[in-house]
Ligand binder design. Structure first.
Ligand code: ZN
Length: 122
């Protein structure tokens, strides 16, 4: 049975930044603050620094988190923010067609790159 509910509750309750990409939870490692990965199926996690464990390991080392400092990037949220900024600029440039065209190309290229990187990672 999946432990996803228990795992997600842990991160939410302890206000630890996380990003859920079923069945994985990406979160900051308590030891090195870089991105660690937890599999919600068995609740085990590992990090590139060599540390690994379970929710118990995280609970035991909860003091290592400096609340608000360790943030895991949520690519979907960030992409949405970037696109909304582009849309604002594009709308503002309605009268300046040449610049508007360049910003529209920037938006398309940014999304193309994100799409490529996202698929490469998955
Ligand atoms: Zn680590």
């Amino acid at each position: 049975m999946s432990k996803s509910y228990t795992c997600l509750s842990f991160f939410k309750t302890n206000k630890i930044s996380y990003y859920y990409e079923k069945p994985l939870i990406l979160f900051p490692c308590p030891f090195c603050q870089k991105e660690a990965t937890m599999n919600t199926f068995d609740g085990k996690w590992m990090c590139g620094c060599g540390e690994s464990g379970t929710l118990i390991t995280l609970q035991t080392n909860i003091d290592l988190y400096n609340t608000g400092k360790s943030i895991v990037l949520n690519p979907k949220k960030t992409r949405k923010k970037i696109n909304s900024q582009f849309d604002f600029v594009i709308a503002s440039l309605a009268e300046q067609k040449r610049i508007k065209s360049h910003v529209e190309q920037l938006k398309a290229l940014t999304n193309e790159l994100v799409e490529y990187l996202t698929n490469k990672k998955a």
